[in-house]
Design a protein around this ligand. Structure first.
Ligand SMILES: C[S@@+](CC[C@H](N)C(=O)[O-])C[C@H]1O[C@@H](n2cnc3c(N)ncnc32)[C@H](O)[C@@H]1O
Length: 238
């Protein structure tokens, strides 16, 4: 019960943060067309972010961020332990925003990596508008690639579905993972990652949940509920 209240409080506060960024999320004709196309195809989409990053953000940014928030609540108060965080395929910053909101940690150093300049620009604008504590850097990188340090936590939403070859390649997977990794993705991708986990990694938790979209956000998120699938893994000691 107390846990539910906490979750509802987070959702309320996070909705205010999302609304501070409403200029990036307000639907337009391009985003509505994109949403309709995706809904009619009912398959995993790989977008052309060079052309449609802005429409993608307006169509899916808020919804993805709410799903990431829900997955992150499973970390509880321990979220403040993670000071170096890397967001793989950060896109326009959905997971970064949710992480920074929940962590509420001035010592947080969060780096977002993505191949799309437009997505990275939107992520930077989003974090400036949100005004959350921590330091944030969004950098262009074609992944998988050396990151140069081992983050306390790697977060990634809907990146593995566009890079399925990494799931089956232990060397590439190892390159992408921090000490721990929290992944949000389609159910079948989460299943596949859990089934293919290389030696040296363990599952800490798996989640699936329905997120109720707060009524103050219904102008932005064209659905009442969204399902989220997540996987939390860590490196094993030794
Ligand atoms: C479906 S979007 C998800 C964005 C964000 N994480 C979210 O949940 O809204 C996937 C993102 O991954 C990026 N991406 C896909 N493959 C990539 C690669 N190989 N290297 C770097 N970025 C990549 C795309 O540019 C895009 O921004």
């Amino acid at each position: 019960m107390v846990y539910m209240d906490m979750r509802e409080r987070h959702l309320e506060g996070f909705s205010e943060t999302l609304l501070r960024c409403n200029h990036l999320y307000r639907p337009n004709s391009d985003s509505i067309a994109l949403l309709n196309t995706v809904n009619s195809r009912r398959k995993i989409e790989i977008f052309d972010y060079g052309r449609s990053a802005d429409a993608f953000t307006r169509a899916f940014g808020m919804r993805n961020s709410l799903k990431c928030l829900r997955a992150l609540t499973s970390l509880g108060a321990a979220i403040r332990r993670y000071e170096t965080v890397c967001d793989l395929g950060c896109g326009s910053g959905a997971f970064s925003l949710a992480f920074a909101y929940l962590a509420d940690n001035p010592d947080l150093k969060l780096q977002g990596l993505d191949a799309s300049e437009t997505q990275l620009r939107l992520a930077g604008e989003l974090m400036s508008a949100a005004g959350l504590p921590g330091s944030f850097a969004f950098e262009r990188r074609n992944l998988p690639a050396q990151i140069g340090y081992l983050p306390d936590l790697t977060i990634s939403s809907y990146w593995f579905c566009e890079n399925e070859h990494v799931i089956a390649d232990p060397v590439l997977f190892d390159l992408m993972a921090g000490r721990e990794m929290l992944i949000v993705d389609y159910e079948k991708i989460i299943d596949r990652i859990a089934a293919c986990l290389p030696r040296g990694f363990q599952v800490l938790a798996r989640h699936s949940a329905l997120v109720e979209i707060p009524s103050v956000l219904t102008d932005f998120v064209a659905q009442e509920w969204a399902s989220v699938y997540g996987l939390h893994i860590s490196r094993t000691a030794g």
